[in-house]
Design a protein around this ligand. Structure first.
Ligand SMILES: NC(=O)c1ccc[n+]([C@@H]2O[C@H](COP(=O)([O-])OP(=O)(O)OC[C@H]3O[C@@H](n4cnc5c(N)ncnc54)[C@H](OP(=O)(O)O)[C@@H]3O)[C@@H](O)[C@H]2O)c1
Length: 349
């Protein structure tokens, strides 16, 4: 089977640094053939790297969608553009990948979910953490420590002034709810909910630490899951100098699982302890591992390829529904914080 021809919409940092090289590593399945970017010169530079012919560099979304050679769209835009881009792509008969977060707000996210229910064409939200090996490794071990009682999830780190992603103007003047909280927080929530299930309610406090964030950028919360598991979720990369910390600890009646993904460790570390009491650790497993070299992005593209070529959107893992949930948790956290930490239910699409 010939590779799928793809058209890029938005040729910024992540398109250049991650998507393009990942597609290029899999020429049997993907062939970049077209590009559109708001600032044309960036599309031209990108096209050179991607070996896209100059007559396939476009000046508008409508024009790239008219290209009959383009089999699907890969859109990497600020989230407020996702809904319109998806609606137009599906109207033009093109399957589409857009980057997380699913949308700028829940109203737009709802429209995307609705469309994904109506169309047979695959719509993938690029949330590569859903494809992490960590998810499968933890899930394989959950039964051993069950029943699950609670968890703590913490991802905290310093603000990096020179980070090129953090310097993008759309991140510093966010039109998407939660700014950095939804930009990075949805990844963490993807891992959490893939492993333990959906969140039911949240009590949260959020705060803005950095003016560069444009809005609140740290989040401290307690949450209850649909399955009555309780836990804490803490997220923020806006602090002063501090070690970047990442840990997800799951507490069961018969043991615990700890995923350590702190930056100081060269690998991820998964520790499973089995035992009903502290004095009686019957079994201990320590596993060091790396995610795949594309950090999940290659796996999400492969999932999309299979869905498009088999015409079966039901096999998609990173769906609009799932990613709606991640954004809805951020929205509920912001609402809870405004109400001084009151309990807020997570809305459903
Ligand atoms: N999954 C992940 O781990 C991950 C990591 C990083 C980024 N991302 C996602 O990738 C997407 C791009 O992020 P990035 O970091 O690559 O940012 P970026 O370099 O700023 O790229 C954004 C692109 O969108 C274009 N754009 C900006 N505002 C626009 C508007 N109003 N209308 C049309 N186009 C507009 C920009 O065009 P100009 O050249 O004209 O400014 C630029 O090419 C975002 O959705 C982000 O959430 C995901």
């Amino acid at each position: 089977m010939a590779p799928l021809n793809l058209g890029f919409v938005g040729t910024g940092i992540f398109a250049t640094d991650k998507h393009l090289p990942t597609f290029q590593k899999n020429p049997e399945h993907f062939k970049p053939i077209a590009a559109f970017n708001r600032t044309r010169s960036k599309a031209e530079t990108f096209a050179e790297k991607a070996q896209i012919e100059s007559n396939h560099i476009y000046d508008s979304l409508d024009d790239i969608l008219k290209d009959p050679k383009v089999d699907f769209i890969d859109a990497l835009l600020p989230a407020q553009n996702n809904n319109e881009t998806i609606q137009k792509a599906i109207q033009a008969g093109k399957p589409i990948i857009v980057e997380k977060p699913i949308a700028a707000d829940l109203k737009d996210a709802q429209k995307i979910v609705q469309l994904s229910r109506e169309t047979e064409l695959p719509i993938l939200i690029g949330e590569q953490w859903i494809y992490f090996k960590s998810v499968d490794l933890i899930k394989e071990r959950l039964e051993k420590i069950g029943p699950i009682i609670s968890f703590t999830y913490r991802s905290t780190g310093p603000f990096y002034n020179q980070n090129k992603y953090l310097q993008t103007s759309w991140r510093q003047n966010p039109k998407h709810i939660g700014g950095f909280l939804s930009d990075g927080g949805v990844h963490q929530l993807a891992l959490l909910t893939e492993v333990l299930g959906e969140v039911s309610t949240i009590n949260a406090h959020t705060k803005q630490v950095r003016k560069e964030s444009g809005t609140d950028d740290i989040l401290f919360s307690t949450v209850k899951l649909e399955n009555d598991v309780i836990g804490t979720f803490t997220y923020g990369s806006a602090f002063g100098a501090v070690e970047k910390h990442g840990s997800f600890i799951i507490y069961g009646l018969n043991g615990s699982i700890t995923l350590d993904f702190s930056a100081k460790n060269p690998h991820k570390k998964l520790t499973t302890l089995i035992g009903t009491y502290g004095e009686e650790i019957k079994d201990e497993e320590v596993l060091e591992f790396d995610e795949d070299p594309t950090q999940g992005v290659g796996l999400e593209f492969e999932n999309f390829y299979q869905a498009v070529t088999t015409k079966d959107k039901s096999i998609l893992k990173s769906t609009p529904e799932k990613t709606y949930h991640h954004l809805a948790i951020i929205a509920a956290a912001l609402e809870s914080s405004q109400k001084n930490g009151d309990t807020v239910e997570i809305s459903k699409p």
